[in-house]
Design a protein around this ligand. Structure first.
Ligand code: UDX
Length: 445
């Protein structure tokens, strides 16, 4: 139940409207509440969490003036306007709540949390929900641009290793063909972790020790690697979309480790041709599959109107296509043997935590770096070279049927054990969380 003496210690968590950021923030809230802190979640109206799922938290909404996150808009601009729209309200809300003493923990995309903390003269800590291995690549972008190595379009050059960033290739870099001008604007906004007193990272030391060491040297403030939060938090759903639980009774009827689960996360989109290739790839693999197609994620359609003729008949009884599922439960199900993923960091951690090997098809940002580490360093995933039906079917068979896949599953299970151990008494994430609690409490004394 945590230490009840801390209940008067109040933490204000400033959450972001992106699913992949909201989830770890709510999980962090749950973990710190279990340690004894009182928790307030400040969130945008856009993509609000459902307070009834978290009766232990106080919720304070901010009017952000957005109706949706449009994947086609400039991400930097969106985040900038979001922070501009929310900053003043955030400060007012916190002042009105009138808690005696607080610490602000903000998502890195809600960086106005840091400025508000400064204005209110209270400590602030940033939560990073991407992989640690991504950051050295991100931080290298200005140098690569100033040396003329970026932007890069040539497909042969894309495959070359980048000096000083082993094992990354140019194709693994985030925003590798974005213009220097755009990158400069983005970095000016997002690169500085302004002036928080510490960083919380949703990762584990055994997995990302080398990146964490580099980041420690770079940021020169305490970094608490306390992940995987998906395993420690006792949270009910954190999804913005309704989770279709009918998939669980369908999975119950499938053979152990026979089903390939497919989900490309909360932001990725595809066009009609890519949807068609994915569909035939799944059909031709002859494996059972559970495929999440998020509404609106296929350009120009509401949901799955563009699925090819004959596909439904071909996969009847063997394939299930749904809008959104309880992913953690799905990955923990005995019938799921592989995960075709976009390699978002939450999905990667959730897959590692369940010992499920992956097929990696990254779409944006840190996902390219995550994919490279999953496939080349941690050896628990296969890189999907092209979104083409034959390549997809072959990758699925390699992962689900061949010895190569069995070896990956063994390594994934090994990682699952290591992840569990890091959360046990004396493990690195366990210790890091306790250190974080002490660090926060030191400010209240
Ligand atoms: C983005 C980035 O790519 C990611 O790396 C970053 O750190 C956070 O935001 P996103 O597309 O949201 O990623 O993917 P991911 O980080 O994997 O988060 C998606 C979440 O949605 C996961 O927690 C997953 O369990 C959940 N999900 C997905 C469901 O609950 N049901 C589904 O059907 C699909």
């Amino acid at each position: 139940m945590g230490d009840e003496r801390y209940r008067c210690k109040h933490l204000v968590l400033v959450a972001s409207p992106f699913q992949g950021h909201m989830t770890p923030m709510l999980q962090l809230g749950s973990v710190l509440h279990a340690k004894g802190f009182s928790i307030t979640i400040v969130h945008t109206k856009l993509n609000s969490p459902d307070p009834s799922n978290h009766p232990e938290f106080e919720f304070l909404p901010l009017f952000d003036n957005f109706v949706a996150i449009d994947a086609s808009t400039n991400f930097t601009k969106f985040v900038e306007v979001l922070n501009e729209n929310c900053k003043l309200q955030l400060q007012q809300r916190i002042q009105e709540a009138n808690h005696k003493k607080i610490t602000i923990i903000y998502d890195n995309t809600m960086y106005s949390g840091e400025e508000v903390a400064r204005n209110l003269n209270v400590p602030s800590i940033v939560l990073r929900s991407c992989s640690a291995s991504y950051m050295p690549a991100f931080l290298a972008l200005p140098k690569l641009h100033s040396e003329g190595q970026l932007p890069i379009q040539d497909s042969m050059l894309q495959k070359l290793l980048i000096p000083d960033l082993y094992p990354l290739r140019y194709k693994d870099l985030p925003f590798n063909n974005t213009s220097t001008q755009e990158i400069t604007e983005m970095l000016a906004l997002t690169n500085p972790i302004r002036n928080p007193s510490a960083i919380i990272w949703n990762t584990m030391e055994f997995l990302e020790n080398s990146a964490l060491t580099k980041l420690q040297q770079y940021y020169k403030i305490p970094i608490f690697a306390i992940g995987p939060l998906n395993e420690t938090a006792r949270c009910p759903t954190t999804s913005f979309l309704n989770e279709d639980t009918s998939c669980i009774s369908w999975l119950d009827k499938q053979a152990p480790r026979s089903v390939v689960y497919v989900s490309l996360g909360s932001l990725a989109t595809m066009d009609k041709k890519e949807l068609t290739e994915a569909a035939w790839g799944l059909a031709n693999s002859k494996q059972p599959f559970l495929w999440v197609v998020r509404p609106g994620s296929v350009n120009g359609s509401e949901w799955i109107e563009f699925l090819p003729d004959g596909f439904a008949e071909e996969v009847e009884g063997r394939g299930l296509v749904l809008k959104w599922v309880p992913q953690k439960q799905v990955l923990a199900h005995f019938a799921v043997g592989g995960f075709w993923s976009h390699c978002g960091w939450n999905s990667s951690l959730e897959s590692i935590s369940q010992g499920v090997p992956m097929i990696c098809w990254p779409f944006l940002g840190d996902q390219y770096v995550n994919s490279r580490y999953l496939t080349y360093v941690w050896l628990v995933g296969l890189e999907l070279e092209h979104l083409e039906r034959r390549v997809i079917a072959t990758a699925i068979r390699r992962l689900m049927v061949d010895d190569e896949g069995k070896e990956m599953r063994k390594r994934a299970n090994d990682m699952k054990e290591k992840a569990k151990n890091s959360l046990c008494n004396g493990g690195s994430s366990f210790n890091s969380l306790n250190n974080l609690v002490e660090f926060i409490l030191a400010d209240y004394n």
